[in-house]
Design a protein around this ligand. Structure first.
Ligand SMILES: NC(=O)c1ccc[n+]([C@@H]2O[C@H](COP(=O)([O-])OP(=O)(O)OC[C@H]3O[C@@H](n4cnc5c(N)ncnc54)[C@H](OP(=O)(O)O)[C@@H]3O)[C@@H](O)[C@H]2O)c1
Length: 288
């Protein structure tokens, strides 16, 4: 019997990788891509996967998109407004109920502690509590920091001769988007991994202080990358033009409090394989 898995955010950075991993586990006919901007799904048109439009603001559209799904994989939007993201999630819950979705895989982030100053931590803390009060079977996969953005950042780091994250001596932990996607896809297609409110933390086997990460980057690139810590204020100002300086600074403030250094072997428990190490990832992806 076919098991329809519907995935939101399917054309996003992470979503595309989850779709790719799903195709290794189930047939294309069992995968439904719920997309916000249909034009971004053009490359999937020759596949046997179905493509349906959604908008987290439009409940009726989501009901149509979600119906007859065995499982929904929910990847939140990247809006940096807690209230807005909660409304999006609440709309999605209404749609899930109307579409009679029973199983949910929620993609979360590990900055969810009560004392976490990251501006989005309220959202990540809210969802598990909210889900606990529903009749859904669900699992929550908390990503640590994506390793992927470090690759395009390397030229800037080489020029600066150092990392600048304002986290002091605290370590940060990472996961590649590909590994995150592998775990999400496996949980989605395996009822025993998602039927009882499981919470998973996806990380590599080691975390890194900025000195350790700089040393590793020096080894891989052949350029000296040390650690020239910025103040939170300067960091926020530095990235203000990109629109998320304050948000990123609030996240690294959490890092400086030791709230972003968690390590777990959940990836191994889910997939049976080791996650890609930071050394392997940088070596495979850094182009001199
Ligand atoms: N762990 C980390 O280090 C880290 C870093 C950054 C972000 N994240 C989180 O990880 C998740 C995925 O990140 P990503 O890099 O894959 O982001 P992304 O590429 O922006 O993916 C987000 C997806 O949400 C969709 N979306 C946006 N607004 C929507 C709406 N109103 N209704 C329905 N769908 C909507 C987007 O579709 P369109 O493009 O068509 O709008 C996109 O496919 C996000 O929740 C993000 O907050 C984690």
């Amino acid at each position: 019997m076919l098991m329809m898995v519907t995935i939101t955010g399917a054309t996003g950075n992470l979503g595309q990788k989850v779709v790719n991993e799903l195709t290794k586990l189930i047939s294309q006919e069992e995968i439904r891509l719920a997309v916000h901007t249909p034009a971004k799904a053009n490359k999937f048109h020759n596949s046997k996967m179905s493509i349906v439009p959604i908008d987290y603001a439009n409940i009726d559209l989501m009901v149509k998109a979600f119906k007859d799904s065995e499982v929904l994989i929910y990847i939140p939007s990247i809006t940096y407004n807690v209230k807005q993201r909660i409304i999006e999630f609440e709309n999605s819950l209404v749609a899930m109920k109307k579409a009679q979705i029973k199983n949910l895989v929620f993609v979360s982030f590990f900055a969810d502690q009560e004392n976490n100053p990251f501006k989005m931590s309220g959202y990540y803390a809210y969802v598990p509590r909210r889900l606990a009060g529903t009749n859904l079977n669900y699992a929550i996969l908390k990503n640590s920091l994506y390793a992927d953005p470090l690759i395009p950042y390397l030229p800037e780091l080489i020029e600066r001769e150092g990392l600048i994250y304002p986290v002091g001596n605290q370590a940060l932990s990472f996961i590649t988007r590909s590994d995150s996607a592998k775990a999400i896809a496996k949980v989605a297609v395996t009822p025993s991994l998602r039927n009882s409110g499981q919470k998973y933390l996806l990380t590599q086997g080691e975390n890194y202080t900025m000195n350790q990460l700089g040393n590793l980057m020096t080894e891989i690139t052949g350029h000296h990358i040390g650690y020239n810590e910025m103040t939170l204020e300067n960091f926020a100002r530095e990235y203000a033009d990109e629109g998320d300086g304050d948000e990123l600074a609030s996240m690294y403030k959490a890092g400086a409090m030791g709230l972003m250094n968690g390590i777990s072997d959940d990836f191994i428990q889910i997939t049976g394989n080791k996650p890609k190490t930071m050394r392997e990832f940088l070596r495979e992806n850094y182009i001199k």
